[in-house]
Write a protein that binds this ligand. Structure first.
Ligand code: ZN
Ligand code: ZN
Length: 312
């Protein structure tokens, strides 16, 4: 039985001709199209790389993982969600597109969901993805069985008035467009692999095997890998690791080196929960944080400013 929730800063009742009716904010519904695409592409991404692989496809995967991973960590997370630094508008758009290509929705949805995570860290039914509701919930459940206050457009958009002012970010806040972009990535990956493989033949001949390698590694596997790398931040980094900072409330965030290694320094998650606005998550010199190194480089070249790091 659903319980009514009305303290996320939004109005939980809507007027009807018969009077006000209550909206149950933590009601869930299974998103069938997404579940089919997600489960099928995840299964394919786990099996097909063993049958289709090439050096150029693996390099393509690493490049695309870096672009999309930094788009999310440096961009969606540290720039948009927490405003840890500022960049010129053109660069902000480039970073937003890099993050969007990970197919984790546009910045408005992602940032709204993430602000809820910080507001209600590890409170079941309130945090969008706490491991207190199970690891399966964190890695699959929360974006397949969708809770209204996380996924309802009218509700989550109220959490991002800053991003809602920008027509480009509103343009990206459209799930049909996400599907089109995803299928576009699959087609472009296939064509790119075929062309790259074809250039190695003389005369040129479209390489259908390398096309499939790119389809699998760059198209299928990248989305799944980045999605679950973020899943590890939300599961492992709220379960297994060290807690140098005693964060408030139910928050059980921890630091985890392995997660920092696979997803650009985001594994220093307890540091982040303690200093949410900090553009730097690896606060010690030995804490590997490539997203921060990129922000530092942007600052040194004059492209990033108002960079916030505690104690600096
Ligand atoms: Zn967290
Ligand atoms: Zn955060």
């Amino acid at each position: 039985m659903s319980q009514q929730v009305n303290n996320i800063g939004i109005t939980a009742s809507r007027g009807t001709s018969a009077g006000a009716s209550t909206v149950v904010l933590n009601e869930t519904r299974l998103d069938v199209p997404f579940t089919i695409v997600n489960v099928a592409s995840t299964a394919a991404a786990c099996v097909l790389p063993f049958f289709f692989y090439s050096r150029s496809a693996i390099i393509g995967f690493l490049v695309f993982y870096t672009i999309t991973g930094l788009g999310l960590t440096l961009g969606y997370h540290r720039l948009f969600a927490h405003r840890g630094f500022e960049v010129p508008k053109w660069l902000e758009y480039v970073i937003a597109i890099a993050g969007y290509l990970a197919i984790q929705r546009g910045p408005i949805f992602w940032v709204s969901m993430h602000r809820l995570h910080h507001r209600y860290s590890d409170i079941p039914g309130r945090d969008p993805h706490t491991p207190r509701e199970g690891l399966l919930h964190v890695h699959f459940g929360w974006h397949q069985r969708r809770r209204r206050d996380v996924w309802d457009t009218e509700i989550y958009r109220k959490l991002t008035p800053d991003l809602m002012q920008d027509p480009f970010y509103r343009f990206l806040d459209n799930e049909r467009r996400d599907y089109l972009t995803y299928f576009g990535i699959l087609i472009v990956s296939y064509l790119t692999g075929g062309l790259i493989g074809g250039l190695q033949a003389s005369p040129f001949q479209f390489d259908t095997y390398n096309a499939m390698c790119f389809f699998v590694w760059v198209g299928l596997l990248n989305r799944v890998a980045v999605l679950h790398a973020f899943g590890f931040i939300n599961s492992v980094c709220h379960e297994f690791g060290s807690r140098p900072y005693k964060t408030a409330g139910a928050d059980t965030s921890v630091n985890n080196l392995l997660v920092a290694l696979i997803i650009f320094g985001e594994g220093w998650h307890n540091n982040h929960h303690a200093h949410q606005r900090s553009a730097r998550h690896g606060l010690r010199w030995y804490q590997w944080d490539p997203a921060w190194y990129c922000i530092w480089f942007l600052e040194k070249t004059g492209l990033a400013h108002k960079v916030y790091v505690p104690g600096r």
